[in-house]
Write a protein that binds this ligand. Structure first.
Ligand SMILES: [Zn+2]
Length: 353
């Protein structure tokens, strides 16, 4: 460990509040949400997942974005039962890494690039163009999420030494996003992009790009506000607004939800479940939103590797230094024997039960 989180945490809090524009500031975009009611009190600092003091969330478990030293711990108290899955028809683009034409065969090969990345590189560019087009068969479900937001194989068919890659707070900029998408393709990796509705409204073309590149889109609320502080009605708007705009843009509704700041609560979880989504925070925070990592791809890589564990749910953001770090990070993960979970192989219904 190069630095001590406990010692630096108070400093981080102060710094992160000061630089909230760097990581996931909502900026002017907030006003374009389905509702502006939430905006008054949320303030700029709340737009940053790294602003623990500002958001005041505590004790929400392992995924608490401001509480990373606990991020590996279980016991979130998450209580999800069954939910009807309204968006089960997940066909199409997310299946692109599975060999085309192998519909109906197992999708296991898509779940891990371990040991095959070299071979895949040569062909990764091929096939990608068609990723959004084909109505590829649904992939076989291979992984379930645990109450601590980690992933484990449903049976021994899939490897356990895998990670889930996630990128929050976009879609923002084509250049960074493309760099991330290219790195993922190079490593034959899939990820969840947890998007905010107001950003989708600003950049619908970028949402389409994510979808067409065969990646999975998740719901990160419309305005990136602390949902714990909102009324049930507002929470519903914040969540369903994203479902709608993503459905309008891509034809499919998200199946995964991550609350801003990792701030959930019973109301949020109930609505997420009602919408047929799987609620998750994370188990391995890259800390890419902190001042210590700003403009430092090496720090992002180090932070992820420091917390690495089988089934890790890795939190990253659409940020320039994360985009710069990604190729090397994925190379290092592969060198350690890790593969990448294809979100399309996560058993949403099974994880909810
Ligand atoms: Zn966020």
């Amino acid at each position: 460990m190069r630095w001590n989180w406990k010692k630096t945490a108070p400093l981080l809090v102060a710094l992160s509040m000061a630089v909230s524009a760097g990581a996931c500031s909502s900026g002017s975009g907030n006003g374009s949400g389905p509702t502006s009611a939430a905006q008054g009190g949320s303030g700029e600092s709340a737009a940053n997942e790294s602003s623990p003091a500002a958001t005041g969330n505590a004790g929400d478990g392992p995924g608490q974005e401001q509480n990373h030293e606990q991020s590996g711990n279980a016991g979130s108290g998450q209580q999800q039962e069954e939910a009807s899955n309204g968006s089960a028809g997940k066909t199409g683009s997310t299946s692109s890494t599975v060999t085309s034409g192998s519909s109906g065969t197992k999708g296991a090969q898509a779940t891990t690039a371990t040991g095959t990345s070299g071979a895949d590189k040569g062909t990764s560019g091929t096939g990608k163009g068609a990723s959004g087009a084909g109505a590829a068969a649904e992939k076989k479900l291979l992984y379930k999420m645990t109450p601590s937001y980690r992933f484990k194989p449903i049976n021994d068919e899939a490897p356990s030494k895998v990670v889930l890659l996630t990128f929050d707070d976009g879609p923002k900029q084509k250049e960074e996003l493309t760099k991330i998408l290219d790195a993922l393709d190079k490593h034959n990796a899939k990820a969840i992009f947890f998007v905010n509705g107001y950003r989708v409204k600003q950049n619908p073309d970028l949402l389409t790009l994510i979808d067409e590149r065969g990646q999975t889109i998740g719901n990160h609320s419309w305005d990136h506000i602390d949902l714990k502080k909102e009324t049930e009605q507002e929470v519903q708007k914040q969540i369903s607004g994203v479902q709608q705009i993503v459905k309008q843009t891509t034809g499919r509704s998200p199946q995964f939800f991550r609350p801003p700041f990792g701030a959930g609560g019973d109301t949020v979880k109930a609505i997420v479940k009602k919408e047929g989504m799987l609620f998750m925070t994370w188990s391995d925070g890259s800390l890419d939103w902190t001042e210590e990592s700003k403009n430092k791809p090496d720090a992002v890589i180090r932070n992820v590797l420091d917390q690495l564990h089988p089934g890790a749910n890795i939190l990253m953001h659409e940020l320039p230094w994360t985009a710069d770090a990604l190729d090397e990070l994925l190379t290092k993960l592969e060198a350690k024997g890790y593969g990448f979970i294809d979100p399309a192989t996560i058993d949403v219904k099974g994880s909810l039960s």
